[in-house]
Ligand binder design. Sequence first.
Ligand code: F0G
Length: 360
Amino acid sequence: ATLWRGVIREYADRLPTLAGAPVITLQEGGTPLIPAEHLSSLTGANVLVKYEGLNPTGSFKDRGMTAAISVAARNGAKAVICASTGNTSASAAAYATKAGMACAVLVPDGKIAMGKLSQAIAHGATLLQVAGNFDDCLTLARKLAEAYPVELVNSVNPARIEGQKTASFEVVDALGDAPEIHCLPVGNAGNITAYWKGYREYHRDSEQPGPATRLPQMWGFQAAGAAPIVLGHPVDEPDTVATAIRIGNPASWKQAEAARDESGGRIESVTDEQILHAHRVLSSREGIFVEPGSAASVAGLLQAAEAGHVPAGATIVCTVTGHGLKDPQWALRNADGSDVTPTRVPVDAFTAAQALGLDG
Ligand code: F0G
């Protein structure tokens, strides 16, 4: 059997800007596209979930980071820097370690999930908690990368988009065609930009011999408290339980609008309540554990279905971007907001059976 070799080697012919770079990889990509029976029955569509939490550091960022760090290595970089709501920092720290580079990360003070913070620290990054939000962190990171010998690995780095577009290739390779609709959470808007680029490239090349693919509608979803693209203006104090997408002024704003408009798609907002509901549906009905930000794609799909916007029988892919273990606390709350308290029992089969409802 041939083992999966990571996105750069798997899609080398479609990543010309990576040519000649050393391949710094943790064998990212090749993630499952899981048929979601419950979501399909709720929406009347054929829904599949692209489970990006199964990448090496637990989020889709690894696709972009293998590319960004490989290009940084080609440039002779000794150090990289990023701003992050958590996942980018975890990924940058891991890939920088693999490349033997130093890594500095700027995160919003107190607003990143424990799993992500511990990853960055475990991989030896130098971490600064900035007294500001993600947008402030990105401004600071850009300034530092201009003035000092550190390479910026946020999604404003074009290599990041190149790496992340491979997720679209995988979807088309798995389905034999693009889906009719692709749903994504939107934060800094790099990922929707990357997916749209990937779909367009497969579509363009279908003129020549090779896979003939359609173009999907791109449906992006922001958290209601951090929905600048929906509102049409930056949000100064973004706020949402989905800390991954707590962003008020996305760097790829224009590209996200282009993806929406060129594809005939939509960018809408979903409330924290809808996000946590979708999070629960994924874990309790589909067996897929994600972090809250990831659930925005599914929350948005359910919202669109309720509004009657989902065509019957359409093939729809929802990307869920990060693993549930990144930010597990949300699973320990009941739907009414109260804490889950595990039932305690003595070492006794009869009592345990009763507590489990096995007594008939
Ligand atoms: N989902 C998760 C789990 C994320 O971590 C992010 C972004 C997004 C969705 C949104 O993707 O920014 O490309 O629109 N996280 C970045 C970070 C900002 O720093 O980890 P996007």
